[in-house]
Design a protein around this ligand. Sequence first.
Ligand code: TXA
Ligand code: MG
Length: 334
Amino acid sequence: MIADAARRLHAGGVIGFPTETVYGLGANTFDERAIEQVYQLKGRPFDNPLIAHVRNWEQAQELVNLDATPQTSHFKPHISNLTAHFWPGPLTLVLPKADRVPARATAGLNTIAVRSPSHPVAQQLLRSFGSAISAPSANRSGRVSPTTAQHVASDFAGVDDLLILDGGASEVGIESTVLDLTTSTPRVLRQGSVTVEQLRDALGRVESPELSAQAASPGTAARHYAPRTPVELVSSAQLPAQLAQFAQPVAVLSFDPQRIPPPHRVIGMSSSADEYARSLYDALRRADEAGCVRIFIETPPSRGELWRAIHDRLKRATAIESPTHDPAKPEASG
Ligand code: TXA
Ligand code: MG
């Protein structure tokens, strides 16, 4: 299967593959037409750049130009520190792009996001293919990211002959932390399971913009990772009263399933942040498919760095679509 997938990449094809964060929809970084196909399949706006997946830092060096800006040369020692600590793993680094990388692969930016996934199937695929794989999360644009091969298959059910490597359920469950190293102070563009605290331990100063400022990451919309059913965050205290307003079933992601009375549907969630992150997207997908009038998410604790990354995803899943949103246009999201 892996050799098959590598052959398809060489032939200009697109494939689904597992990573430890979420599944990716991959194409050869150096093949503009294949990358275009990824955007088309996903319905992703062409101004939202992709992450290039590499085996290791050695391979990443083929994609980046560390002499491009004085700021980045300033961070050169930090790069080896970061890759030694967090690669392979859920940390994406934004660096100046090498000229040989086609513009399509970075939505025309002169920077490129690179990450070395730790999932063994992703590593075997990268080894077998021998070059970088550009991939967004393997969901339709604006929808919930996939954490199983089945999620990918269901999002792309209409696509003929899409090869999806099955690597089981993703360990981490939420997308990688994105760290921009091209600014004078390193800046977190997207929170993930590599926490700002860990990055500060490794680097010293690190900026962590709040959700409102995260639009700085190109093509990132506030509403994102969203189910089709209207979804709301509800505090534990308000849950009974809120549910009582609905005669029809509401799907509830709850820490305490016993508290959810019929006819509502409950999906039990763990109070461990690791497990919550791992199961969140599957829970949202199941809730969305339950045919309920609403999805309620019992508000999780906000203390602890991983919970903050989870809150970021929950805010995006529950964000009201902007009034200027044109449903005929694909949403600017990943
Ligand atoms: O965990 C992950 O990162 C997953 C797996 C498949 O690796 N990928 C993923 O890709 O979440 P995607 O395309 O859904 O999200 C990539 C994020 C987007 O917010 C995009 O704007 C940002 O990374 N990004 C990519 N290239 C960038 C660049 N050159 N500068 C700033 N942000 C960039
Ligand atoms: Mg995405």
